[in-house]
Ligand binder design. Sequence first.
Ligand SMILES: [Zn+2]
Ligand SMILES: [Zn+2]
Ligand SMILES: [Zn+2]
Length: 141
Amino acid sequence: MEPIDITARLEQKGVKPTPNRILVLKALHTATKPMSLADLEEALLSLDKSSIFRVLTLFLEHDIVHSFEDGRGVLNYEPCTSEGQCDLADAHIHFYCEACKRSFCMADIPLPNLSLAEGFTPHSVSFVIKGECPDCRKKHG
Ligand SMILES: [Zn+2]
Ligand SMILES: [Zn+2]
Ligand SMILES: [Zn+2]
C-alpha cells in the first residue's frame, strides 16, 4: 500500500486527528493484512483495548475503516480506500486461512453485483472464502 498522510486522511473523512486515532489508522495502513482488535492490541502496546475499540467504532461510523467477520466470526478491520463517503465500492472478497488464522484481501476479485430489494441499505458486506493460504500449503506439502 502507498504511504499516505494519516492526518490528512482523517481530516478528509471529517474526523479530528487525535494521537490515538492517528496511531490506530497508521497501524491499519502499515499492515499488509486486515487486523482484528487483538492484532491491533498487540501492535499498539501503548493503547488499551477499550481505547482502540472506541477509535474503531468512530472509524466505522465515518467510513474510515471497514470491518468484516473472518472465518472464526471475529471482526477484522481494514482501511477504506475510497475518498470521503464510501458506497462500498472498495468492498472485496476475503480469504481466511483456517491453518494460520490470517485474513487476506482478494482486492482484485470484485464482489458480485448486489441488487438488493428496495428499501435495503447495505452498510458492510462480508464475503469470506475459507481454506489454506500458500504459506501453509507449502508447509503441509
Ligand atoms: Zn470504503
Ligand atoms: Zn495460512
Ligand atoms: Zn480487504
